[in-house]
Design a protein around this ligand. Sequence first.
Ligand code: UD1
Ligand code: UDP
Length: 360
Amino acid sequence: MTVVHITGARPNFPKAAPVIRALAARGLEQRLVHTGQHYDDKLSEIFFRELDLPRPDVNLGVGSGSHASQTAAVMIALEELFLASRPSLVVVYGDVNSTVAAAMVCAKIGVPLAHVEAGLRSFDLTMPEEINRKVTDALCDLALITSPEAWGHLAREGVADSKIHFVGNPMIDTLLGQLDRFDPAPVQAAHALTGPYAVATLHRPANVDDVASAQALIQAMHKAADVVPILIPLHPRGRARLMDLGFGDHAGIRVVDPLGYVEFMSLVRGSVAVVTDSGGVQEETTVLGVPCLTLRPNTERPITITSGTNKLVTAAALPDELRAVVEAGRPATWPVPPLWDGKAGERIAEVVVTWLAGRS
Ligand code: UD1
Ligand code: UDP
């Protein structure tokens, strides 16, 4: 019985770590594949140094490319690997191209598939991730969901109830497991942050790829930086475009390279607010109780709005919304979604082990 985990892009690593750890504790044989979708140290390697993640057994080295070429490169390499080794189960994470590529290979050669973070929906098919989610969920044998509404989404798309398991959020396992390491003071000092500040991350194609959207975003971020200084560990996607359009030309905007997980989360923990278009960051701020303004028209994680600290905002509304959350201060108490309790990895291991036992 060999379980193979597919990772490739930054958000995969904090989700996979607790699952691999929990399955290792049950003595399962496992292999970790890194597709190479992300390859910069700060988007990949640093997670292996900082989190309790084993070294990948294989790195497919696919690198960057168009959606079709990147997805196809992962598919070609994984098909060869799976035909040679026939895993008992392949586990995929989230909604990136590496996820859907693995799912399609598994379905076509008859290798069972588990999808961690199944059933999230933005209902926005202009997002590449929404396509990846729908295809992966249609093909998986185990749909492991992080929040209750995912059950309804999957059921309406015809996924059998017997495949769906509400296990909680493994990314939050990682966050809670590392919480003691998130010490804002030294990291703030290293970044010369002497007073209140916000953290921002921006990388969605809809925000950074198109010139007009990027210009509107920059204008809004500059006005927001009049309210409070904003530190932005900028993702490589769109970095050149944003900088060419003058993103850095404001005293309150501090653009830095992507940060390691512990440094990033320490800064988020000490911030007055976060501005983001990331999926994972909406969840992490919800658990830390940091107000989060999400620069998107929709979210596949509405639970972070109803049971968390998240709010969707337009670029035009961002400066006023940021002023409001800075003036209101951090909430003293806030709700946290059910089963975001640090035990999702163990629940996933229980589902996987039971499922494998049923097949043998
Ligand atoms: C990918 C995911 C997105 C996720 C994000 C997390 C897909 C379709 N998108 O977006 O869902 O939110 O990762 O970070 O899978 N690049 C580098 N160094 C790297 C990797 C990428 O410079 O290590 C640059 C390249 O110019 C590349 C661009 O970033 O073309 C985009 O990378 P890609 O992996 O295609 O998508 P992301 O925007 O990173
Ligand atoms: N992250 C990090 N350093 C950064 C920005 C983000 O370590 O500079 C972490 C953070 O935990 C986040 C995760 O990377 O949740 C994935 O973030 P990303 O926005 O890349 O992906 P998404 O969740 O939008 O798919």
